[in-house]
Design a protein around this ligand. Structure first.
Ligand SMILES: Cc1cc2nc3c(=O)[nH]c(=O)nc-3n(C[C@H](O)[C@H](O)[C@H](O)COP(=O)(O)OP(=O)(O)OC[C@H]3O[C@@H](n4cnc5c(N)ncnc54)[C@H](O)[C@@H]3O)c2cc1C
Length: 431
């Protein structure tokens, strides 16, 4: 597939939510002058929504509630395994958002009272809202692998929420025996960051190739295929001997023979038909659901994610509550920080329109997922999305594409884009 440049994409007239902001001055500001929007969760989705609501209409009072004083980004956290970043470099605080006049409260929402339109914090403080934006990210399902539980994730880290788990996994990687095996258990769809497990394997292989070249990474996958597979496999072949007996990376689809149990003492995983995989290090990434507060508040359905009305991001289940980011059911848009930023802008504009009693404009969304195979070899996939006739979301035909597979110059350029895309996105959300 030929890659469409982002400039070409914008030229198609499929106006992305990013493009909506170009040259944007405060759009509104009378009817909503007393309105109060509460945003729960200061990750990529929540931070963007808080900032852009104030940007679109500075008369709206915005309160962001987030327990962490510093947020560590999952994007770029795989770079840690290749020695390309530290967690400190991936940390952001909320000063940038405060500069927009957003009140930031360092606390956790423990209850949403949708009838009274208020939230209760762990401090027992109650805060009322006209509109609530919920962007709590993900939670994990601990009940799908016999012998594994939340406590054991301290020994077999998922590192799927950047922070101490990422450090722990990195320490385990570095302490691996020279001829050891590292198992990455990829999660089933849908999950946060579809290319993430494969970028992780690449970044780990980059480090192991230099320091412990006799080791092996085995990705145990419940899926038959994975995001950007052809690009990853071409890169692994080029750099890590993929497909040869000495390959640093092996990918095993367990779609017909899923993992069923863990023997924690023997560090061994067993499949339904009795195959065993033993590792020196186990990176078990569990199946995922919307963040706990969303599920506890009755915003999730049987899929474990929160259904929304695409035009406004408002929950299909409870009024005046908008769900964005990983927690929302935006399929086929993947769960990524880039998508959370796009969903947040659509949501921010819809809320400003609603509070000003104006019509909501029909949105488009944009997603790009970059991954590094080595520091000089980047790959990406881009797609635009639109509302369809059934009030669902569909990918816009021809408004996307993937990177070139082999041209070294273009792959090197993609690696530069990977890094600049990270800093640009982070800045758009938090600065
Ligand atoms: C290894 C890895 C690599 C990734 N790489 C990329 C990448 O390169 N590009 C990309 O686009 N995406 C990437 N992602 C995906 C990206 O991290 C997520 O899609 C993104 O963080 C989603 O944003 P969010 O706002 O929905 O959730 P989060 O970023 O998880 O933010 C949720 C916030 O809500 C807060 N919260 C939760 N519950 C409450 C509560 N009750 N009260 C108050 N606050 C609460 C949490 O503390 C958290 O700060 C990656 C993910 C992983 C795991």
């Amino acid at each position: 597939m030929t890659r469409l440049s982002r400039r070409d994409f914008l030229k198609t007239g499929a106006v992305s939510s990013v493009a909506l902001l170009n040259g944007c001055q405060p759009l509104f500001g009378k009817a909503a002058s007393k309105a109060h929007v509460v945003v729960v969760g200061g990750g990529f989705g929540g931070a963007t929504a808080a900032k852009y609501i104030r940007y679109f209409d500075p008369n709206i009072r915005v309160t962001l509630i987030e327990p962490k004083a510093k947020y560590i980004t999952c994007p770029a956290s795989n770079w840690l395994f290749a020695g390309l970043a530290t967690l400190d470099q991936l940390s952001v605080d909320y000063q940038g958002l405060k500069n927009y006049g957003i009140e930031v409260i360092s606390d956790t929402v423990i209850q949403i009272n949708s009838k009274q339109r208020s939230v209760t914090l762990s401090s027992q403080q109650s805060i009322s809202y006209d509109r609530l934006v919920l962007s709590p990210g993900i939670d994990f399902r601990w009940d799908t692998l016999h012998g594994f539980n939340q406590e054991l994730s301290q020994r077999f880290p998922h590192a799927w929420q950047a922070g101490p788990q990422t450090e722990l996994l990195n320490q385990q990687l570095q302490a691996m025996p020279d001829n050891g095996t590292l198992l990455i258990c990829a999660p089933p769809d849908p999950y946060r960051c579809p290319p993430g497990p494969y970028e992780r394997a690449s970044m780990m292989a980059f480090w192991l190739k230099q320091h412990k070249p006799r080791t092996k990474i085995i990705i145990l996958d419940p899926k038959r295929s994975f995001s950007k597979q052809a690009l990853f496999e071409a890169g692994w072949k080029q750099h890590y001997g993929y497909g040869s007996p000495n390959s640093l990376i092996e990918w095993v689809s367990l779609a017909d023979n899923p993992l069923v149990s863990l023997d924690a003492e023997r560090k061994t995983l067993t499949t339904e038909f009795g195959d065993h995989f033993r590792g020196d290090v186990l990176n078990i990434i569990p199946p995922q659901t919307a963040g706990k507060i969303a599920i506890d508040s009755g915003l999730g359905n049987s899929s474990g994610w929160c259904p929304i009305q695409p035009m406004s991001a408002e929950s299909s289940l409870l009024p005046f509550i908008h769900v964005i980011g990983d927690a929302g059911h935006y399929s086929p848009i993947p769960k990524s920080a880039f998508a959370a930023n796009s969903e947040a802008k659509v949501c921010a504009l819809a809320i400003v329109n609603l509070l000003n009693q104006q019509a909501i404009s029909t949105p488009n969304w944009l997603n790009t997922c970059y991954s590094l195979i080595t520091p000089e070899h980047g790959i990406s996939i881009t797609n635009g999305y639109q509302v369809n006739a059934e009030n669902g979301i569909t990918a816009i035909k021809s408004a996307g594409g993937v990177s070139q597979k082999t041209d070294p110059a273009s792959l090197a350029l993609e690696a530069v884009y990977t890094q600049s895309a990270y800093y640009n996105l982070r800045s758009d959300c938090f600065d």
